[in-house]
Ligand binder design. Structure first.
Ligand SMILES: [Cu+2]
Length: 418
């Protein structure tokens, strides 16, 4: 039999308050800091569903800076590139790697006088709004081709402001050295050297002459990968301040033109916001490829190209140099960062009134299901018709489909994970 206690009213009240306080403390200690999910919904089956934390980035591949690659990662990337370059698919005249070069070359074939067919207008990949989504798709398709060789591969990116990144890429055990064997006289600057890449894994590539030419003269650039690294006026690295100007605009078309490099911020006294220029993406193509400029014009701030020297300086043929992919991964990264800073989604892409192929829901050649076809474009009129070599991709891709990079399964190391 239990003994009987008789509590006075104040003591009973005190004990009741202590009990409530203890209960509240225990309850508070057990609940998630994310109170939006408390209490659990009635149909929640267990703790996993009570505090959903999907971590959408957990399974994303992370594209890293080139300086962060291990020796094994560099070797895997080089080996996969070599496999694409030495594999000639059934029914193709050229390698898997060269199919990518060919797609890029044929984007130049949409000038009306060349006999293009279909609704596509302008260059599907350059000089217009689809520059960014077109190259995002191009890189993704290339990365997927590499992954079919080696599933561990993720494309690295070249941060143009990192002084170490260029020398890391140009090692003989990675992407090979700067070119050698050709002396170039630069007015007021003296003699510089460039030419065929003679060290590293791509030194004995035999480039297809129909896919390696000077787009200003249409003359062949020869059978070797050509580099003319750091020839004046193209200095490396780029100042961070130049990158910062990209993030000052909220306008997609301005951002796209700035990063492509055909537009630069104007000087304060000019009365304009932006003027034609040669910067960022276009400039870096010339840091590797070299380019002869008119010096008198250059000193006036006028970009006037006199001649193309190396592979990366030939915009149509530039994907032949494997550095292209690391360079364009950085273009894509900077767009991704701009999107992250309040410019994500289709409100930040033109919906209409652009040349066909550049509006939000226009299919982008060559991922347009055969809607458009380029005209004849290539180094020699009597040479092969490059259109006959193309194995057209079957996917249909619009700018809208390439705005959300995470949906494509990747992110960048420089983008803070949410
Ligand atoms: Cu391009």
């Amino acid at each position: 039999m239990l003994p009987k206690f008789k509590l006075s009213k104040p003591v009973a009240l005190f004990l009741a308050l202590v009990a409530i306080a203890a209960g509240v403390t225990i309850w508070l200690s057990q609940r998630s800091p994310d109170s939006a999910y408390w209490p659990p919904p009635p149909d929640a089956a267990g703790p996993a569903q009570m505090f959903p934390n999907p971590q959408p980035t957990a399974e994303l591949r992370v594209r890293k800076p080139v300086t962060a690659l291990s020796a094994a990662e560099k070797t895997a990337l080089v080996n996969a590139i070599q496999t694409l370059q030495t594999t000639i698919p059934e029914g193709s005249q050229i390698s898997l790697y060269e199919q990518f070069v060919l797609q890029h070359v044929l984007t130049m074939g949409f000038r009306q006088r060349l006999g293009a067919n279909g609704p596509a207008r302008g260059n599907p990949a350059h000089s217009y709004p689809a520059f960014l989504p077109w190259h995002r798709q191009f890189l993704l398709a290339f990365e997927q081709a590499l992954q079919r060789v080696d599933p561990s591969i993720t494309l690295p990116y070249w941060d143009w402001t990192d002084p170490k990144a260029l020398s890391v890429m140009l090692q003989a055990d990675f992407l090979g050295g700067a070119g050698q064997g050709t002396s170039i006289e630069i007015p007021n600057h003296g003699a510089f050297t460039g030419g065929a890449v003679q060290t590293g894994p791509f030194a004995n590539w035999q480039l297809n002459p129909a896919l390696h030419f000077n787009p200003m003269t249409m003359a062949p650039l020869g059978p070797h990968l050509l580099r003319f690294v750091g020839l004046p006026p193209f200095h490396y690295p780029l100042p961070q301040a130049e990158i910062d100007t990209l993030f000052e605009t909220d306008n997609y078309e301005v951002f796209n033109a700035l990063i492509e490099g055909a537009l630069v911020p104007a000087s304060k006294d000019s009365g304009k916001d932006y003027v034609p220029g040669w910067a960022l993406h276009a400039y870096i193509h010339s840091v590797i490829g070299g380019s002869l400029v008119d010096w008198a014009d250059w000193q006036q701030g006028i970009a006037h190209q006199l001649d193309v020297l190396g592979t990366m300086d030939s915009i149509p043929c530039s994907p032949y140099d494997p550095i292209f992919w690391l360079h364009h991964a950085n273009v894509d990264r900077l767009w991704a960062e701009w999107q992250e800073r309040g410019h994500s989604g289709s409100n930040f892409y033109p919906a209409a009134d652009k040349p066909f192929g550049h509006n939000l829901t226009d299919p982008m050649w060559p991922w347009d299901g055969g809607l458009s076809a380029p005209g004849r474009y290539g180094p020699e009129a009597e040479g092969p018709d490059l259109r006959d070599w193309l194995i057209a991709p079957t996917a249909v891709v619009r700018p809208l489909d390439r705005l959300d990079f995470r949906q494509l399964g990747y992110t960048y190391a420089s983008i803070e994970l949410p």
